[in-house]
Design a binder for this molecule. Structure first.
Ligand code: AMZ
Length: 288
């Protein structure tokens, strides 16, 4: 009995020590750094909605649009067939008007493709709207304007729907734009992004507006600088045109860039989704 008791104390102590070593390892900077490096990059095709159609804009200008399909549900199906592991949807009218405008077609996509993870931005300016989208099958909401106007909203939303919130920061010359990119907030992107680090967001989606839809390459350096300054992951967006762009992002993967959104290049055919994802996958997953 006595020995049995001693045994279990010793065992408990040994377990506690092992647990502590395990925790220390997980929290050590070297392990975190290795973890960051080990992760692969998710390639996310984008569907931007304007007046119910699937479009791409240049530098976010509503009047400078190219219509790629008038059937966004069908377009989502095309990305599913091409192997998309997640879809990025933007309600462009919603971003300009500050409320959901293309909500029905977004709900249709979510219900036709229940297994496809969806991240959605544009016009989500209150908790009820965000929650309704999550209930409709959207997996992540992206908060842009409200994150700039009322940063506390992000914290409250993370509490209400933990694990479902991204902050979308779109910048021109390092300054964040709001309201469909029509207005410059005059706020520095890195300073703003830092405020959200400890509030439970999934990451920052960073778009370089001057590159978006221009087919002139991604601003990998600015994305990496932002990721380096933050503890949360950064999703790169805007201007990805060739496999070399993805390679440049991969070179900076250790800074914390964990995904890339591609729009026009996929629609115009300069990039193939499966080829992009294969390049971004670690060797074991890509079967290299
Ligand atoms: O292209 C644009 N003009 C544009 C765009 N793609 N304007 C806003 N957005 C996107 C942002 C973010 O995902 O990249 O809309 C979302 C932010 O919307 P809101 O309503 O929260 O500012």
């Amino acid at each position: 009995m006595f020995f049995h008791g001693l045994d279990s104390i010793l065992n408990n102590r040994a377990e506690a020590t092992l647990l502590q070593i395990y925790k220390d390892t997980l929290e050590s900077p070297i392990y975190e750094e290795q973890e960051k490096q080990r992760k692969n990059m998710l390639i996310i095709p984008a569907i931007d909605l304007k007046d119910g159609q699937c479009v791409r804009l240049r530098q976010g200008r509503m009047e400078d649009d190219t219509v790629f399909s008038d059937d966004p549900v069908n377009m989502a199906g095309r990305w599913v067939d091409a192997g998309a592991r997640r879809l990025h949807i933007v309600d462009l009218n919603g971003a300009f008007e500050g409320r959901p405008v293309n909500e029905q077609v977004i709900r249709d996509i979510a219900s036709v493709y229940p297994d496809l993870p969806i991240q959605l931005g544009g016009g989500i300016r209150d908790a009820a709207t965000a929650e309704a989208y999550i209930e409709a099958g959207v997996d992540y909401v992206i908060i842009g304007t409200m994150a700039v106007r009322e940063p506390k909203f992000v914290k409250a939303l993370c509490r209400a729907i933990p694990g479902h919130v991204y902050v979308g920061l779109d910048a021109k010359n390092g300054m964040v734009a709001v309201d469909g990119w029509a207005k410059d907030s005059g706020i520095d992107i890195t300073e703003l992004a830092r405020q959200f680090e400890d509030e439970g967001i999934e990451g920052i989606i960073y778009t370089d507006i001057s590159r978006d839809g221009m087919m002139q390459g991604v601003n990998a350096e600015a994305t990496a600088r932002l990721a380096e300054a933050l503890t949360v992951p950064v999703v790169a967006s805007g201007g990805i045109t060739t496999l070399a762009d993805i390679e440049r992002l991969l070179e900076h993967e250790a800074t914390g860039i964990n995904a890339a959104i591609i729009g026009r290049a996929l629609y115009e055919g300069s990039l193939d989704l499966a080829e992009c994802q294969q390049l971004a996958d670690p060797p074991d997953r890509a079967g290299k």
